[in-house]
Design a protein around this ligand. Structure first.
Ligand code: HEM
Ligand code: HEM
Length: 172
């Protein structure tokens, strides 16, 4: 087994703060109230920092190290289908697609949320619907994301959730 440092403190802090912010805004704060708004802006700020970090951060945090690549994702799906054990050092190709989906969807939730506070879009139904639809989409995506993390952890015998806490991945 080889121990590799993959997730730097900013990526880990970003991950768990994003989870906390989303869960609080989905299930705890009053929709549209002050706490909900500021928490939503907090999520946008986190994503803004992560985008900068994706350009200037260390190797595994950089977007260049996990581009959205459908061909590689198909290759990853083939590995799963054929039972090939290949532990990816940073984000796996399928994982990378999920990362971009989650980031983009959270930005849309934040933007539509902000729009609902403006004179122009206040009470406009399609903006409200979009805000709600993307919340549902992120919920479905998060369930799939967590299921995939558990599935791949078992299949590859690598504790992926632990790596998002300690920063280290154990590779066979
Ligand atoms: C990014 C994280 C956010 C999440 C997870 C989130 C989630 C939600 C949820 C679950 C609702 C209730 C929808 C329903 O009634 O079924 C809601 C409503 C609302 N949110 Fe957000 N929100 C976020 C960000 C924001 C931001 C940044 C703002 C504004 C600055 C905002 C403003 C509103 C408003 C005004 C409503 C009420 C819409 C309505 O009339 O139903 N949200 N949000
Ligand atoms: C609302 C729920 C969640 C959201 C929105 C979410 C979002 C994300 C995002 C955006 C990343 C990319 C991190 C980066 O490169 O900056 C990521 C990666 C990751 N997340 Fe989550 N996450 C959620 C819940 C969880 C939970 C509950 C776990 C643990 C069981 C988890 C485990 C991981 C792991 C292990 C990675 C790295 C995957 C890899 O090895 O490629 N996530 N998640």
């Amino acid at each position: 087994m080889r121990k590799l440092y993959v997730w730097d403190p900013l990526v880990r802090l970003f991950h768990w703060a994003l989870v906390a912010g989303l869960v609080l805004n989905m299930f705890v704060t009053d929709p549209g109230k002050t706490a909900h708004r500021w928490l939503g802006y907090g999520v946008l700020l986190l994503i803004g920092l992560r985008l900068i970090w994706g350009l200037v951060g260390p190797r595994f945090a950089r977007f260049r190290s996990f581009p959205p690549d459908p061909v590689a994702a198909l290759g990853h799906a083939t590995e799963i289908a054929t039972g090939r054990v290949h532990v990816h050092e940073g984000h796996s190709p399928l994982g990378a697609l999920m990362v971009y989906n989650l980031l983009a969807s959270c930005v849309i939730i934040g933007l539509t949320g902000w729009m609902l506070t403006t004179l122009t879009w206040f009470g406009v139904e399609w903006v409200e619907d979009l805000h709600k639809a993307f919340v549902t989409w992120v919920q479905l995506s998060a369930v799939l994301h967590i299921a995939a993390v558990i599935f791949e952890s078992r299949r590859l015998r690598v504790n992926l959730p632990k790596s998002m806490v300690t920063g280290y991945k154990w590779l066979p």
